[in-house]
Every structure is written in structure tokens, then in C-alpha cells.
Ligand binder design. Structure first.
Ligand code: F6P
Length: 361
């Protein structure tokens, strides 16, 4: 058996969220306790495309007292482009997978820990299969749409931020007799809107998973007003479509398309239908930044330790997951192929209905 310490690599991929640094710290602490070396890959797979490759050795000293609490990712990340069809300056695309695999091999690492959502884990898995290296996935996404895990890093913090926004909107709504619309993130899935809407006392929650009618929303608000309360809180998930079934998108530099605009659409329509003042808050990336919540730190600690344990035990192609108060691990393929929308018949939807919250239908 080799007396060389085991070497592993770690990267963060896809949109950032709170808790990524806490995961990196957990991996470094638990791997170092086994005498292993940890290499942090910069900017997702981009650090392995560039030459020289961009990588940072991570020691216990590097992950000291502040990293647990720090938002973002010290490794950097990217949520655009696919290395199998990498955009070139001349507008064409090129398969950079072999370049990434060669970069990874040059480090002499035995395994990679990839912290990502469904898209990133699918790409990393393809790279691991092609390059025949061990990959262990750690789920992160504020959208909480990855399958086979009850929650992912970043979701709880995003929900806490959205809940705090409702706490702050409620008194100003009440002072001015206004209807406040809060647009929250959640590419395609309404988990943030539903959870924060319940936690923050919303009157209406609109989700991409449940078709809505503006008339029903307006009727609900009119009833609230007839009962003597002149303000209301509406939470709308960014992926909700207009009444014509159109998703509202915005274009950004480089042609990237992102959701944006549904909050203002709902605000304008409800103002007309209810003959009331509406104001719209688009929470945006505030949900991703800042310190991780206690739950995200706890999950980060547990996921990191378990991921290192899987490598120690010779496992591969597994994603760590949270289920029934326990850390488990599942095949990465099962997680990425079971996209997790809000279940319109699920218990949180029933909870919202039980509270008298209008879901638009
Ligand atoms: O997937 C995470 C997420 O924050 C989505 O909720 C949101 O639609 C998207 O990323 C925003 O992406 P970007 O950071 O590129 O604007």
C-alpha cells in the first residue's frame, strides 16, 4: 500500500448559495483528520480548463474560524456553459471534457467531491465516467429541486431570508393599507415561495406547480378587506407564468435568460382588479448571499464528513442526502433524474390551504 497521503479535490459548481464554505471546511477538516490532502478547484470546472490549471491547496489553517460563517464560495463557481459544448470566442462550441480530465489527472487526486445542483452533478458525473475517476456529490441548491434528498445546502437560508422579507413587508403593508407582492427565486420549482409564504404569514402564494386565476386571487383579497383588514401579502415564485401561460424572462449579458417580471405583472393586475395600491419587491440574489443559517451549517458539516467517509470506504458515484433525520447516500443518477417540484397534493400545500392561504385556484 502506498505511504503517500491520499489526495482529493473539491469544487463548487452552479449558482452559489449560503453554506458552500461550510461544506468546504467540513471536507477539509475531516479529510485532514485522515491525513489526506485537499485541493480546491477554482471556478468549477473552469479551473481545470485553464492552463496552468487553477487550484488551491486547502489545509486546516485555511478553513479557520470565519469560513463556517462566510457566504459565497471561496473557490468561486460558474452557472453558465457546459464543458461538453464550451462556448468559444468565435461563437462556436468545443468539447473541453478531455482538457478537464487531463487537468484533474495532473493533480494526482484519487477522487473529486462536487458540490452542485442537478445540472452540475450531471456534468460532473459524465466527466467522472469518461475520465474514470471517483465522484461524490453534495447537493446544493436554494431551489431545493434535487431528487432523493429532503433538503439541499442553501435552501434553508434562502427561505429564512424570504421569511424575514415578509416580516419586514407586513408592518409597512399594514401602515399604508397596501398589497405587497414579494417575488422569490426558484427556477422551475416553488419550494422557497411555499415554505417562506407559510412561515411569513402570506395571504396568497403562487407557485409554478399550481395554475392560478387572478380573479380568484382578487376575490380572496377582497374578502380579507371586507373582514376589516386592508393589507395583504402575496408571495410569487419567479417561475410562475402569466395568465396567457408565458414565462416572464429577462436577458442578460452573453444572452443568458433568467426569470424576471412576474412580481410586477401580478402587482399591476391585482392593483386593477382590487382597486388598491400594490408594491412589488423582487428579492433576487439576496436569497443566495450572506451567512448560512444554523440548519445549513449543520447540513454542511454532516454532508462533508459523510462524503469523505464514502471516499475512505471506496464508494463512488454517490450523492450524500438528508432523509428522515439521517445522512444517507444515493446514486447520483437517482438524484438528478428525479427532479423535485412542489407536490400539489403534498402536506405543505395542504398546510397552506388549512391556514386559509389562497394558492390561486
Ligand atoms: O438555481 C439557483 C438560482 O438562484 C435560481 O433560483 C435563479 O432562477 C437563478 O439561479 C439565477 O441565476 P443567476 O445567478 O445566473 O442570475
Amino acid at each position: 500500500m502506498s505511504s503517500e497521503p491520499k489526495k482529493i479535490a473539491i469544487l463548487t459548481s452552479g449558482g452559489d448559495c449560503a453554506g458552500l464554505n461550510a461544506v468546504i471546511r467540513s471536507v477539509v477538516l475531516s479529510a485532514s483528520a485522515l491525513g489526506w490532502e485537499v485541493f480546491g478547484l477554482k471556478d468549477g470546472t473552469q479551473g481545470l480548463i485553464d492552463r496552468p490549471i487553477r487550484v488551491r491547496k486547502l489545509t486546516v489553517d485555511d478553513v479557520g474560524a470565519t469560513m463556517l460563517r462566510q457566504g459565497g464560495t471561496v473557490l468561486g463557481t460558474t452557472n453558465k456553459g457546459n464543458p461538453f459544448a464550451y462556448p468559444m470566442p468565435d461563437g462556436t462550441t468545443k468539447d473541453m471534457s478531455q482538457t478537464i480530465i487531463e487537468g484533474f489527472r495532473s493533480l494526482g487526486c484519487e477522487a473529486m467531491i462536487g458540490i452542485g445542483g442537478d445540472g452540475s452533478l450531471a456534468i460532473l458525473r459524465r466527466l467522472a465516467q469518461q475520465g474514470q475517476f471517483t465522484l461524490i456529490g453534495i447537493p446544493k441548491t436554494i431551489d431545493n429541486d434535487l431528487g432523493k434528498t429532503e433538503t439541499s445546502i442553501g435552501f434553508d437560508t434562502a427561505v429564512s431570508v424570504a421569511t424575514e422579507a415578509l416580516d419586514r413587508l407586513q408592518p409597512t403593508a399594514a401602515s399604508h393599507d397596501r398589497i405587497m407582492v414579494l417575488e422569490v427565486m426558484g427556477r422551475d420549482a416553488g419550494h422557497i415561495a411555499l415554505t417562506a409564504g407559510i412561515a411569513g404569514g402570506a395571504d396568497v402564494i403562487l407557485l409554478p406547480e399550481i395554475p392560478y386565476s387572478l380573479e380568484k386571487v382578487a376575490a380572496h383579497i377582497k374578502k380579507i378587506r371586507e373582514n376589516g383588514r386592508n393589507f395583504a401579502l402575496i408571495v410569487v415564485s419567479e417561475a410562475v407564468k402569466t395568465m396567457n401561460g408565458e414565462p416572464l424572462m429577462k436577458s442578460f449579458y452573453g444572452g443568458q435568460q433568467r426569470f424576471g417580471g412576474i412580481g410586477h405583472y401580478i402587482g399591476a393586475e391585482i392593483a386593477e382588479l382590487c382597486q388598491a395600491e400594490t408594491r412589488v419587491t423582487v428579492l433576487g440574489h439576496v436569497q443566495r448571499g450572506g451567512q448560512p443559517s444554523a440548519q445549513d451549517r449543520m447540513l454542511a458539516a454532516a454532508f462533508g464528513v459523510h462524503a469523505v467517509g464514502l471516499i475512505r470506504d471506496g464508494k463512488e458515484d454517490r450523492m450524500v442526502a438528508w432523509s428522515n433525520r439521517e445522512i444517507i447516500d444515493v446514486p447520483i443518477l437517482d438524484a438528478i433524474s428525479n427532479y423535485q417540484m412542489v407536490d400539489p397534493e403534498g402536506s405543505l400545500v395542504k398546510t397552506a390551504r388549512g391556514l386559509g392561504i389562497c394558492l390561486g385556484n
